[in-house]
Write a protein that binds this ligand. Sequence first.
Ligand SMILES: C[S@@+](CC[C@H](N)C(=O)[O-])C[C@H]1O[C@@H](n2cnc3c(N)ncnc32)[C@H](O)[C@@H]1O
Length: 212
Amino acid sequence: MLDLGVGGGRTTLHFAKWVREYVGTDYDPDLVAACRSRFSGYPLPLKFEVCDARQMPLFQDQSFDFILFSYNGLDYGTHEERVEILKEVRRIGKPGGFFCFSSHNLNACADYFDWGRLLSPNPALALQTARRLARRFLYNRHLNAKTFRNSDYILFDLGRRTYFIRPRAQVAELEKDFFNVRAFGLVSGRELAAEELERTADAWIYYLCQFR
Ligand SMILES: C[S@@+](CC[C@H](N)C(=O)[O-])C[C@H]1O[C@@H](n2cnc3c(N)ncnc32)[C@H](O)[C@@H]1O
């Protein structure tokens, strides 16, 4: 298994015990050092490597049965960088193996682009409303409701530039290069049917697909 963008090793705890060989990577050397130290006494040999997911020369073609990029780690680059990462992931994944990742849901951004949802009359939500107004009009003033409605993906600044994509568009993209593409809701944890992809407003969605 390859755990991309392993961060502080949150997912290592859940997955390492189930796989024959576990490799965690991150482009932040401090996080890789923290994982090495955290899991130094682990009863199985685990590997942690510094590696940018855009270029992974460390790994040969078709090396992994399972590749995970959890907690929206894929969302912190441009569209072009995301395409590069997905290409590398396909190169090092074994045919028939699995790729799982999560990504922010553009449907959920409706709260920022619809005045009725943006301005809550409830005083208890004043702080949330103020935060949303700041995000919408200070950090993302180049985006308007029409762009939001007509886009399959946008880069939205939440304090950090973040990639948001419509689940329907993400599934369609994955279907070009992977097979058995499935999407799972964050709130219910259950698989979403094709018609639910249009309307789900979960903050992010988990995708699972297989390498050709
Ligand atoms: C939100 S954290 C998730 C950490 C961990 N996977 C988890 O689920 O708790 C995203 C991680 O992805 C890493 N990351 C983002 N883009 C990356 C890239 N291009 N290559 C390698 N790591 C990356 C970040 O450094 C960060 O540690």
